[in-house]
Design a protein around this ligand. Sequence first.
Ligand SMILES: Nc1ncnc2c1ncn2[C@@H]1O[C@H](COP(=O)(O)OP(=O)(O)OP(=O)(O)O)[C@@H](O)[C@H]1O
Length: 408
Amino acid sequence: MSEFDLSKKVADRYLKREVLGEGTYGVVYKAIDTKTGQTVAIKKIRLGKQKEGVNFTALREIKLLKELKDPNIIELIDAFPHKENLHLVFEFMETDLEAVIRDRNIFLSPADIKSYLQMTLRGLAVCHKKWVLHRDMKPNNLLIGPNGKLKLADFGLARIFGSPDRRFTHQVFARWYRAPELLFGSKQYGSGVDVWAAACIFAELLLRRPFLQGSSDIDQLGKIFAAFGTPTPSQWPDVVYLPDYVEYQYVAAPPLRSLFPMASDDALDLLSKMFAYDPRARLSVRQALEHRYFSSAPLPTIPDKLPRPAPKRESRDHNQFEGPIVLSPPRKSRRVMPERDGYVGNGVDDNASAIKQTVGENTGKSDPAPMSLEFSIFGLKPPNRPTINSADRSHLKRKLDLEFQYPE
Ligand SMILES: Nc1ncnc2c1ncn2[C@@H]1O[C@H](COP(=O)(O)OP(=O)(O)OP(=O)(O)O)[C@@H](O)[C@H]1O
């Protein structure tokens, strides 16, 4: 059986039901695993033709998810290439935190807010322990399962950190959740960017609306300064060295209590420390989890007692996708996601190319299908697709080895 047939065999295992939505990297479908009867979500990622003919985002997501196994991190059940796409099979989640926050029929008690924040930070703590930044923390990337458990999802932008000279792009994160060092162009940021985003999510849980809704990067900084005052040299000595730093007119900080009138003193204390300007002074996720806010009354609500909206995953194209997965042909044009609602999209290259690189060991759920996660990306060669020569191949493999090296 050819490798193409093998990947088709794996694809046939999943009975596609309906479109759940479309994100930056592709469409997400609800599907049934005909082998186990389990409902799953399949993220179909177009394999873009990038410099060396590989979509690094997709490979990165797989690699990261394999390393990050935790009750508060979405489980990657399977991954397989088929035709022009990479399919990532995740456990199915009913809703997400954005839907909870927006649902006006839901009352969130202080204990409920504490519970959602605690689960968010626990998932993040696992990422940071493994030297991984999430880098796209926002409420709709925090999925909620049938038992109320919150899980971090969408690691498409996440990336390894740790090496002191490793530089990153600062154009990550939905703008409203972006830390000030990113807005000032920092390229050597650390785990503090996720803590800032988690603080924005905490604030959003308290306010029931996004806290800092900038309409541009400059406006985002303006919103931050209006809330916390312009940073003083004693608060953030190194800010002046950041690439895009410009001096702003001094604005004094209003009392934090005036912005969060209903929050407890402990909640405000934690919030202010997660929102510290200087990333070095900002609490780490571990420290945040040890804050007395989590041990003082009221204790966090247990997940399955948390209020949740009715499952929002309704069928948009019901019946249209019945039957085994039928994959659409590759799109030829380059698609650039527009900015919407303060969320920053990423350009996605839709042209397919040969997939390469062995992805590695299985994520757990036993699956004898030979292409399941263990698939050799180097080996896949769908018909009429460009191939790569061996020089390109070894260059690419070296690059990927570097890319995926985790610090001890
Ligand atoms: N495991 C899952 N279970 C159920 N629904 C999911 C799952 N993963 C994603 N979805 C849903 O599929 C849709 C698209 O998700 P995706 O993560 O691709 O993009 P997004 O988070 O909406 O946007 P962006 O890519 O810009 O962050 C969303 O409605 C999301 O809630």
